[in-house]
Design a protein around this ligand. Structure first.
Ligand SMILES: [Zn+2]
Ligand SMILES: [Zn+2]
Ligand SMILES: [Zn+2]
Length: 254
């Protein structure tokens, strides 16, 4: 992997970054660049194919609706389901795509989804519907729209973990809900930027109606007991860490 600019540094901590530095790092990240290429290629192909524009736009709309639902389901049932930790084949993937993010929410490198997991997922969520609505141009248009939404999701997610208070009230609320998912109780507020499906499925909570503080908010239930039966995540992580992200950062700094 070729690492450019910001990404040559060993550690990438959002708590020590400004919005401007984050924006630069964002566009230098290989996965974001890949989404942009996919979006341009997909739209170029679809729009130059001669396919009627109506069904193509419908495909874009369908992608925008399905995407948050797919993300909600993945976050709730796959990333917080813990079953990925129970096999040596999937444990490294789970560690990379979610366990490490809850262990250290400030680490920008882990915050971005891994391309080999995100791109196939986006394709699976958007291309079949696009194909049904408008053939291959529709599939391409749907995928391109999915890639654009992924860029939006990833940027919002970064801002949620950047230590600054957004002035925009929608962003500020989004950030508060996601912080609660990370630091209060991880069994709710699964939408990253879109909490519509949380509302619909009853997993949305705010400060007014929040559940008790969760003991597993940083380790996602992967404790000593679980590690003794399924050791792979612990092996890759140098043991089971029961501390908070703040403890860990202080240790790193020492
Ligand atoms: Zn997060
Ligand atoms: Zn989570
Ligand atoms: Zn760290």
């Amino acid at each position: 992997m070729i690492k450019i600019g910001f990404w040559k540094r060993r550690r990438h901590h959002l708590d020590k970054m400004t919005l401007k530095e984050l924006t630069v790092a964002y566009f230098q990240y290989y996965a974001i660049q890949a989404y942009i290429v996919v979006a341009i290629a997909g739209y170029a192909y679809a729009l130059s194919s001669g396919a009627p524009i109506g069904p193509l736009l419908l495909t874009g709309l369908a992608s925008a609706l399905i995407y948050p639902l797919a993300w909600y389901g993945i976050h709730r049932f796959i990333l917080h389901g813990n079953w990925l930790a129970k096999s040596p084949l999937t444990a490294p993937v789970w560690k990379r795509i979610h366990y490490d993010h809850h262990q250290d929410p400030h680490d920008l490198h882990i915050l971005f989804g891994a391309l080999y997991t995100t791109l196939p997922t986006v394709a699976a969520a958007t291309m079949p519907v696009g194909y049904v609505l408008a053939g291959w141009p529709g599939a391409a248009f749907g995928l391109a729209t999915g890639a654009v939404i992924t860029c939006f999701y990833e940027f919002c997610h970064c801002i949620e973990h950047l230590s600054y208070k957004p002035k925009n009230p929608i962003l500020a609320r989004m950030k508060q809900q996601h912080m609660a998912h990370h630091f209060h109780n991880e069994q709710g507020n699964f939408g990253i930027t879109n909490f519509m499906w949380d509302r619909l499925f009853g997993t949305l909570y705010t400060n007014a109606n929040r559940p008790p503080k969760s003991a597993t908010v940083f380790n996602l239930g992967y404790d000593e007991g679980m590690a003794s039966r399924y050791p792979w995540v612990a092996k890759l992580s140098g043991g089971v860490d029961t501390g908070t992200p703040r403890d860990r950062r202080q240790r790193e700094a020492a």
